[in-house]
Design a protein around this ligand. Structure first.
Ligand SMILES: C[S@@+](CC[C@H](N)C(=O)[O-])C[C@H]1O[C@@H](n2cnc3c(N)ncnc32)[C@H](O)[C@@H]1O
Length: 217
């Protein structure tokens, strides 16, 4: 019990420092930040974002399928109890623009891709989308967080984001932080919408690469 609590606390501290390292440098330069957060649970990210909103007169809109309405309290916070793809319920003004969208809800590659496309037009130019859980390293076999589902979902999410980038090099820039479960930073660099994603054609299973591997032995 004590050990489980310690692991939970350590994970929380590590998760928070991942957010601080990647997101604080961005948020501290935005006055009146407008943030959309998808996935609340215990409110670690919620309270992290609210600190900036409370300091800089910003607004945070948070969404979860569970009732997380009691994880924080601030005049700058609104919680919506629904699925993250319920666009009509979440976005009441179609012209609303966010500085930052944080995706930490259903960790499935197809779902994450759907959410990026769904809200991209509501992101300001030079705004950011952050996607949590894009590294599979710690979840791989015999590693510290050994977990089949997280390994595969995170691995697929990483490549799904690259497939989006493959057809959108003029619209977004993408960076990955592989600390712990990983975090992806997507910056919107043009006013255009996103092009349909295009699968990257890898040649690692090609005959040419097969022969290359034999010749290199
Ligand atoms: C990893 S937790 C979020 C952790 C949170 N960011 C934090 O800092 O504590 C994922 C959350 O997403 C919620 N969730 C899962 N699928 C969802 C969906 N399709 N729409 C909205 N919320 C979802 C779950 O209920 C859960 O609370």
């Amino acid at each position: 019990m004590f050990i489980a609590m310690r692991v939970l606390m350590t994970n929380k501290v590590d998760y928070l420092s991942k957010l601080k390292n990647n997101i604080s440098p961005i948020l501290k330069n935005i006055s009146k930040p407008n943030i959309l957060e998808l996935g609340v649970r215990y409110g670690v990210s919620t309270n992290f974002f609210l600190e900036y909103c409370d300091q800089n007169d910003g607004k945070l809109l948070s969404v979860d399928i569970d009732d997380c309405s009691n994880v924080a309290s601030s005049k700058n916070w609104k919680f919506i109890h629904c699925r993250d793809d319920d666009y009509e319920k979440i976005i009441q003004d179609k012209n609303v623009k966010f500085d930052l969208i944080y995706i930490d809800s259903f960790h499935n590659a197809k779902h994450v891709s759907k959410i990026i496309y769904l809200y991209f037009n509501n992101l300001k130019k030079n705004g950011f989308i952050f996607v949590d859980d894009i590294s599979w390293i710690l979840y791989s076999k015999n590693n510290v967080r050994d977990n089949f589902n997280s390994e595969i979902n995170n691995y697929e999410t990483f490549f799904e984001i690259l497939n989006i980038l493959n057809s959108n090099n003029n619209n977004i820039s993408v960076n990955f932080d592989f600390t712990l479960s990983g975090l992806c930073k997507i910056k919107k660099i043009s006013d255009s919408g996103l092009n349909k994603k295009r699968k990257i054609k890898l040649r690692n299973f090609s005959i040419k690469n097969f022969l290359r591997n034999i010749l290199m032995k």
